[in-house]
Design a protein around this ligand. Structure first.
Ligand SMILES: [Zn+2]
Length: 332
């Protein structure tokens, strides 16, 4: 029974909502709560977080002694050693000491990681990369990010910023990116880039079922591109195929760097995976170093939007976390 297993609290801090869940070691969601993120001030965000966790723990049937800790997945720049959210634009936070806030209130250990890393951990423990020592989770949404598990460890880098896959360049002297680099993958294959490219081409007069939206003065969205592709619009199908090619070029770079075993895709843009995934696979099989690329599994997430909150709790259930527990039990 789940209630007899260790559990951890997972918290996914997003710009519009906070998702909190009690997750057992075997990945079962015992209880989950969603609330709006109030972001008038630091104090408001603190209150939203504490209220959400309090509601999660109300009337719960889980013995408090079984709660291993509180894991947090946050957007933005974090410091996982000090448990501080250094900067999160979508939450309006700067130098927010979330670790000490939660430790003071709940007297539980706290761990913090960024949202793409959390999703990678969730796929590693419970999802499409379950049990694999070398996997990379890639989210393709308004931006592009990655969480990298290499030889059984999460790769964080010195500033918790490893995995900025969207800002790796796939084109020398390509389009200038807001990060300062040129040719960033994000400028060619993110949700934002897809809409920009489609709009530019339609304005230039390319034929597409989407032209009627422009004629009606409506903005083009990824959802409309997806619908058009499903209805056989060649313009949209070719655009998404091209996006898959850009992503595949980036994925090849990752495979060559990390000799990875599984690539897991998630994020809103990948709802169009039937049109994108085949050309990603084609690029990997066609242009990757054969012995590294031939067996790489390229999968879609099996956890979807729950990856963040599950991975946050999963910070207490990784092999590394278990080794920490063992070390502590030896000290005792
Ligand atoms: Zn960039």
């Amino acid at each position: 029974m789940a209630t007899l297993q260790d559990v951890a609290i997972g918290l996914d801090l997003g710009g519009t909502k906070i998702l909190a869940a009690l997750i057992s070691r075997d990945g079962e969601t015992i209880r989950e709560i969603e609330s709006e993120t109030s972001k008038q001030s630091k104090e408001d965000v603190s209150m939203s977080i504490l209220n959400t966790i309090n509601r999660l723990l109300e009337n719960d049937k889980v013995d408090r002694n079984r709660i291993k800790g509180i894991g947090i997945a946050s957007a933005g720049i974090i410091d996982s050693k000090k448990n501080i959210i250094k900067f999160a634009n979508n939450l309006g936070l700067e130098n927010f000491p979330i670790g000490s806030l939660l430790e003071q209130h709940y007297h539980l250990p706290v761990k913090l990681c960024n949202d793409a890393n959390a999703a990678a951990i969730a796929e590693w423990i419970w999802g499409a990369g379950r049990g694999k020592e070398n996997l990379i989770y890639i989210t393709v949404s308004t931006g592009i990010g990655a969480g990298i598990i290499s030889n059984g460890s999460l790769v964080t880098g010195i500033h918790d910023s490893a995995g900025e896959f969207g800002h790796t360049s796939i084109m020398h002297q390509g389009v200038l990116c807001k990060c300062g680099n040129r040719g960033c993958l994000e400028r060619y294959a993110s949700g934002t880039a897809i809409v920009n490219t489609a709009s530019q081409r339609l304005l230039a007069g390319e034929k597409s079922a989407l032209q009627k939206l422009l004629n009606e003065g409506l903005e083009i969205t990824n959802q409309q591109i997806a619908i058009a592709a499903e209805e056989g619009d060649v313009f949209s199908i070719n655009l998404l195929k091209e996006v898959g090619g850009f992503l595949g070029t980036g994925v090849n770079n990752l495979i060559h760097l990390f000799n990875t075993e599984v690539i897991v895709f998630g994020g809103g843009v990948m709802n169009m995976s039937p049109f994108i995934l085949p050309s990603i696979k084609e690029a990997v099989r066609g242009y990757g170093i054969f012995h590294m690329a031939k067996d790489v599994a390229i999968e879609m997430t099996t956890l979807g939007k729950k990856g963040g909150v599950m991975g946050a709790s999963g910070l207490f259930f990784t092999n590394e976390a278990t080794e920490e527990e063992l070390a502590l039990s030896h000290v005792k």
